[in-house]
Write a protein that binds this ligand. Structure first.
Ligand code: NCD
Ligand code: ZN
Length: 364
């Protein structure tokens, strides 16, 4: 463990004083970078925080082929800021038509490292997703055989189910039967938001993990209605009751190998958020690490921050951890409020606030 307390040890009593942690450079296992001008505008925020990351394939049209994934990877590499060594790991968007042979070829050729399973219509740009899990059984069987993980957006698409129950009901009705059918399949339950997710992941940690976003550690469902409707706090899965937020904080800060960073940074321009029908997604890319480290500090778990940020995800994906380091300091700094894209802007999660922690240095 290479967490160094540079100035003092952390306790509730000492929280007001200076403190810094140096950890191996972290990775973000769930990123939406979009494409074109938006990609160029948001990518520098991710590369300033993370050395590597899993790129979500829900573009329009979605990334369903090896050619599309390789071309998208090239556009990301070309959009990196000068001097950046950021490594994007690509994913395949599963549809009812995905072929097992294509999935395997892309995995063996290292074009993608996982496949993303969106139940059709569950979230932003998921209309081409899977209409019934049984329809992709042969693909999942192949993935199980070759050890390729499936990253699951775990919400039921049954419109009768209350939106706050969709994750828990998905686990019961869809995920557990899928896990029984595919007992060796490696699974990441993406952006976990409930105690039910924490429990199922823990119980199956030999082959399962969960990503946890910064925003689900900070906001609960009441935050969405604080003083009025807050479109910039709306994402899917939607933030849940306070008891779930507390369970997520305990899980993330436990140090357990089955939990790791996945920011789900999901930029949308302001006019798509402040709209009659607000798009789902929170742009957390610019403030993710400052938020995570604040949570670990508040939970008196800074000594477990490196596991969550830099080790557990790499281990799950069978990749060595990064060799460089990043230092975060408990020193308030005001963060950027918005990011311009063409003649619009993207509002930053916790943007414009003075956050208690800041990034003080990266050494590659
Ligand atoms: C994501 C997006 O905007 O692409 N939105 C979100 O609310 N998280 C899609 C997703 O991960 O669900
Ligand atoms: Zn996402």
């Amino acid at each position: 463990m290479s967490v160094h307390r540079l100035f003092d040890t952390v306790s509730a009593a000492s929280r007001a004083s200076n403190c810094a942690v140096t950890i191996r450079r972290p990775d973000d296992w769930h990123i939406h970078l979009r494409d074109g001008e938006t990609l160029k505008a948001v990518l520098p925020f991710t590369t300033a925080q993370f050395a590597r990351g899993i790129i979500m394939p829900n573009l329009v049209p979605p990334v369903t082929t090896t050619q599309a994934a390789a071309a998208y990877r090239d556009r990301i590499l070309a959009a990196r800021p000068e001097g950046s060594d950021f490594t994007p790991f690509m994913t395949c968007y599963l549809t009812d038509e995905t072929s097992s042979d294509d999935i395997e070829r892309g995995f063996q050729e290292r074009i993608w490292i996982a496949a993303k399973l969106y139940p059709a219509g569950a979230t932003t740009n998921s209309s081409h997703g899977v209409t019934s899990l049984k329809r992709i059984s042969s693909v999942l069987e192949r993935m199980e055989r070759i050890g390729m993980p499936v990253l699951i957006h775990g919400e039921t698409i049954d419109p009768q189910v209350d939106i706050f129950d969709r994750e828990a009901i998905f686990i019961e009705r869809d995920l557990l039967p899928l896990m029984a059918r595919h007992q060796g399949l490696r699974i990441v339950l993406e952006h976990a938001t409930t105690t039910e997710s924490v429990d199922v992941v823990r119980a199956n940690a030999a082959r399962m993990a969960a990503t946890i976003t910064p925003h689900h550690l900070i906001i609960n469902r009441t935050s969405l209605f604080q003083g009025g409707l807050r479109p910039h706090l709306y994402c899917l899965p939607v933030a849940k009751h306070e008891r779930h937020r507390l369970a997520l904080r305990r899980a993330a800060t436990s140090g357990d190998r089955c939990f790791f960073i996945g920011t789900d940074t999901a930029p949308h321009i302001r006019s798509r958020k402040e709209a009659t029908c607000c798009a789902a997604g929170i742009f957390s890319g610019a403030t993710a690490l400052q938020t995570y480290v604040q949570v670990f500090d508040e939970e008196e778990a800074l000594d477990r921050f490196e596991a969550f940020a830099s080790l557990n995800g790499a281990r799950f994906h069978g990749i060595p951890p990064n060799t460089g380091t990043i230092t975060l300091e408990r020193k308030p700094s005001r963060v950027i409020a918005e990011v311009g894209v063409e003649d619009e802007e993207i509002i930053v999660f916790r943007g414009g606030e003075s956050l208690p922690w800041s990034i003080s240095g990266v050494s590659p």
